[in-house]
Design a protein around this ligand. Structure first.
Ligand code: HXC
Length: 258
C-alpha cells in the first residue's frame, strides 16, 4: 500500500510519481521505504521492462526531509542514510533501465536520487543542486560520489562547496542531464526515450547497465575483462540470434528476453 507514490504501467513501461506535494516530495524514512518497496516490486515484475521516475507538483524531490533530520540523533541519521543508500543501490543494480524525468526541484537527496537513475531528462523548469553544506551537513545518499563521477571532481566540488542551485540548461552543459525539454513535453520525451530503449534486446540493455556501472569503478583491464564475460552471456541468448538474423533477413526484430 503506497501513500506517497503513484504507479501506472502501460505496455511494459512503468511510470512512478512521487506525490508528497505538501513537502515538495521531501524524502522521509516512510517515503524512502515506499520507494524501496516499489522498486523491488518493479524489479521483480516480468511485465515491466523500463521505469520512469518523476515528481508531482513543482518538485522532483526537494531533498531529504529537513524537519525529520533536525530531530534525529546521529544514529538515527545513519539509519536513514543506510536506507537511502540501499534505495540508490537497488535502482543502480536492477537490470531494467530507470529514467528520471526531472520536473522541478532536484535538490540534495533529490539530486542524489536522480543520479542513481540511468538517464536524466529535465524540463526547462528543473533545478539541481546539493545544498547540504548550507545546512551544516554533507550529502548522505551518494552525492559526494556520484556527482564527481558524472560531472568531474572539480565541478562537483564547486557545486558541493557553494551549495549553488543550477538550472536545467546548466545541468545539461556540465553533463548532469542528458536532455532538456519544454515543461509540457517532459513525460512525452521520457517515454519516447524509454520506448527506444525497450525496442532493443532487454537482456543486452541489462548487461550494458551492469558493464558500465560495475566497470566504471574498476581498473581498465579488469573492466574490459568484465565486458568480455558479459558479452559472452549476450552471445548465449536467443535475443542475439534474433537480432542478428532479423538484420540479415531485413525484417523487424522480436526479442523474447531469453
Ligand atoms: C522538508 C521541505 C523541504 C525539505 C521544502 N519543504 N523542502 N520540507 N524537507 N527538504 C517544505 C517547506 O518547508 C514548505 O513547507 C513546503 O515544502 C514548500 O516549500 P517552500 O520553501 O515554501 O517553497 P519555495 O519557496 O518554492 O522554495 C522551494 C525550495 C525550498 C527552494 C525547494 O523549499 C528549499 O530550499 N527547500 C530545501 C532544499 C534543501 O536544502 N534540500 C536539501 C536537504 S538535505 P511549509 O509547511 O512551510 O509550507 C538533503 C541531505 C540528503 O537532502 C542526505 C540525508 C542523509
Amino acid at each position: 500500500m503506497y501513500t506517497m507514490l503513484k504507479k501506472e504501467v502501460n505496455e511494459g513501461l512503468a511510470i512512478v510519481t512521487i506525490d508528497r506535494p505538501e513537502a515538495l516530495n521531501a524524502l522521509n524514512n516512510a517515503l524512502l521505504q515506499e520507494l524501496k518497496d516499489m522498486f523491488t516490486e518493479l524489479r521483480d515484475d516480468e511485465e515491466v521492462r523500463a521505469i520512469i521516475l518523476t515528481g508531482a507538483g513543482k518538485a522532483f524531490v526537494a531533498g531529504a526531509d529537513i524537519a525529520a533530520m533536525n530531530a534525529m540523533t546521529p544514529i538515527e541519521g545513519r539509519e536513514m542514510m543506510i536506507l537511502g543508500h540501499s534505495l540508490m543501490d537497488l535502482i543502480e543494480d536492477m537490470e531494467k533501465p530507470v529514467i528520471a524525468a526531472v520536473n522541478g526541484f532536484a535538490l540534495g537527496g533529490g539530486c542524489e536520487l536522480s543520479m542513481a537513475c540511468d538517464i536524466r531528462i529535465a524540463s526547462e523548469k528543473a533545478k539541481f543542486g546539493q545544498p547540504e553544506t548550507g545546512l551544516g551537513i554533507i550529502p548522505g545518499f551518494g552525492g559526494t560520489q556520484r556527482l564527481p563521477r558524472l560531472v568531474g571532481k572539480s565541478m562537483a566540488k564547486y557545486l558541493l562547496f557553494t551549495s549553488d542551485v543550477i538550472d536545467a540548461e546548466r545541468a545539461e552543459q556540465i553533463g548532469l542531464v542528458e536532455k532538456v525539454v519544454p515543461v509540457g513535453a517532459l513525460m512525452e520525451e521520457a517515454e519516447k526515450v524509454a520506448r527506444r530503449i525497450m525496442a532493443n534486446g532487454p537482456i543486452a540493455v541489462g548487461l550494458v547497465k551492469k558493464a558500465v556501472n560495475k566497470g566504471y569503478d574498476l581498473p581498465l583491464r579488469e573492466a574490459t575483462s568484465l565486458e568480455i564475460e558479459l558479452e559472452t552471456v549476450a552471445f548465449s541468448t536467443e535475443d542475439k540470434t534474433e537480432g542478428m538474423t532479423a538484420f540479415q533477413e531485413k525484417r523487424d526484430k522480436h526479442f523474447q528476453n531469453k
